[in-house]
Design a protein around this ligand. Structure first.
Ligand code: ADP
Ligand code: TRP
Length: 332
C-alpha cells in the first residue's frame, strides 16, 4: 500500500524553542514513522515580517539544525527550503485566481492586525503588506504542491489548512477533476499549547520562551525564573494549575509524574525543588539533542548538503505536479 504523505513547515523567524519542539517538530517526526514525510523551512513566509537578510540566513540554519538534531533523517524524510522549490510560487499565482478576497479577510493573523490597529487608533491596514494578507494562499501552495494528506500543525494553524482545503475544492470543482488532494490538519496530542515562563502561551512574540538548545546553565536559570505563586513550602500545591508541572508532564515518565504529583499534593515541597526536578528531566532529554546541535552548528556543511539534496528532490517532484496543473488550466 502506498504511504500517506505528511507535510509541514516552520518559518525561520526566531530561535527554536520548546513550544516549537513539542508542538511541531516532535509530533511531525513521530508521524514520519508511518507516513512519507516532507518537512521544510518556510523561508519566504519569513520575509513578510523580517527584512534583515542575515537574520533570515541565521534563522534558516537554526531551524534546519533543530530538525536534524531532533532526529530528522534526510534520507527518509524529504527535507528542503521552500525557496529551493520555485514551483511553489507558480502554484501561488494559480491559486490566487481561486481564492476569494473575502476568505483572506477572515484569516486570524490578518484580523488580529486589524484589531490591534483599531485599538491603537491607526489606519486599519497599517503595517499589513500583501504578503501577510495573502499568506494563507502561499501556505496552501506549499501544501497542495506535494499531494499532501496530513499537515501536522498546532491548533493555531488549523484555519490555514482549512483554507487550503477550500481553495483546492474550488479548483477541483471548476475543472471537474481531482487536481488536488484535500489535505487534513492533524493536531497531535503533544501539540496542545505549551505554556512559557510567564504562564502565557510560549511564544517568541511574548519573549517567554525556553530555547531548545539553551546551554545547561542557562536552561537551569530560565527554569528557575518560571513564574509561580507565593505559596509557602509547607502548603500543598495544585499540580494542574502550575506551569512547572505542565512542562514536567512533557518530559517525565509516568512514574516520575505520579511521584511529583504526590509531592505537590502532600505539601512540604518548595517551588525551587519542583523547578530542580523539572530541570533534571528536561536536561536529560535535551542534552543529546544539544550535543548534536552544537556539532551541526560547528560545521554547518552537513546542514547545507542535506538541504541542497532535499531541495533538488523536492523540486523534481514539484515540477511534475506543475506540468499536470498547467495542462488542466490550459497553460501548456
Ligand atoms: P511562535 O509562536 O514562537 O512565533 P511559530 O508560530 O513560529 O511560533 O510556530 C511554529 C510551530 O510551532 C507551529 O506549528 C506552532 O503551532 C508550534 N508552536 C509554537 N508555539 C507553541 C506552543 N507554545 N505550544 C505548542 N506548539 C507551539
Ligand atoms: N504558517 C506556518 C506557521 O506560521 C508555517 C507554514 C508555512 C506551514 N507553510 C506551511 C505549516 C505549510 C504547515 C504547512 O507556523
Amino acid at each position: 500500500m502506498t504511504k500517506r504523505i505528511s507535510l509541514t513547515g516552520i518559518k525561520p523567524t526566531g530561535i527554536p524553542h520548546i513550544g516549537n519542539y513539542l508542538g511541531a517538530i516532535k509530533p511531525a517526526l513521530k508521524l514520519s514513522e508511518t507516513c512519507e514525510a516532507r518537512y521544510f523551512i518556510a523561508d519566504y513566509h519569513a520575509l513578510n515580517s523580517c527584512k534583515d537578510p542575515q537574520e533570515i540566513r541565521n534563522m534558516t540554519l537554526e531551524i534546519a539544525a533543530a530538525w536534524l538534531a531532533s532526529g530528522l533523517d534526510p534520507q527518509q524524510t524529504l527535507f528542503y527550503r521552500q525557496s529551493d522549490v520555485p514551483e511553489t510560487f507558480e502554484l501561488l499565482t494559480i491559486l490566487l485566481a481561486f481564492t476569494p478576497k473575502g476568505l483572506m479577510n477572515r484569516a486570524h493573523a490578518y484580523k488580529a492586525m486589524l484589531q490591534s490597529n483599531a485599538k491603537s487608533g491607526k489606519d486599519p491596514d497599517d503595517g499589513v503588506n500583501m504578503g501577510l494578507y495573502t499568506y494563507p494562499v502561499l501556505m496552501a501552495a506549499d501544501i497542495l504542491l506535494f499531494d499532501t494528506d496530513f499537515v501536522p500543525v498546532g491548533n493555531d494553524q488549523f484555519q490555514h489548512v482549512e483554507m487550503a482545503q477550500d481553495i483546492a475544492q474550488s479548483f477541483n470543482y471548476v475543472y471537474g477533476c481531482e487536481g488536488f488532494k484535500i489535505p487534513q490538519p492533524l493536531a497531535h496530542e503533544d501539540s496542545k499549547t505549551l505554556v512559557g515562563l510567564d504562564g502565557r502561551k510560549m511564544s517568541k512574540s511574548y519573549n517567554n520562551t525556553i530555547p531548545m538548545f539553551a546551554p545547561e546553565k542557562q536552561l537551569r536559570k530560565l527554569i528557575m525564573s518560571i513564574v509561580t505563586n507565593s505559596q509557602s513550602v509547607e502548603e500543598p500545591k495544585n499540580p494542574d494549575t502550575c506551569s512547572v508541572f505542565s512542562l514536567y508532564k512533557n518530559f517525565g515518565t509516568t512514574a516520575q509524574l505520579e511521584a511529583l504529583r504526590q509531592r505537590y499534593l502532600a505539601g512540604g515541597m518548595g517551588w525551587g525543588h519542583a523547578k530542580q526536578e523539572l530541570f533534571e528531566v528536561m536536561n536529560a532529554h535535551l542534552s543529546p539533542l544539544r550535543e548534536r546541535y552544537n556539532e551541526l552548528m560547528a560545521d554547518p556543511s552537513v546542514i547545507h548538503k542535506a538541504l541542497k539534496e532535499g531541495g533538488e528532490r523536492a523540486r523534481s517532484l514539484a515540477a511534475q505536479k506543475i506540468v499536470q496543473l498547467r495542462k488542466i488550466i490550459g497553460i501548456a
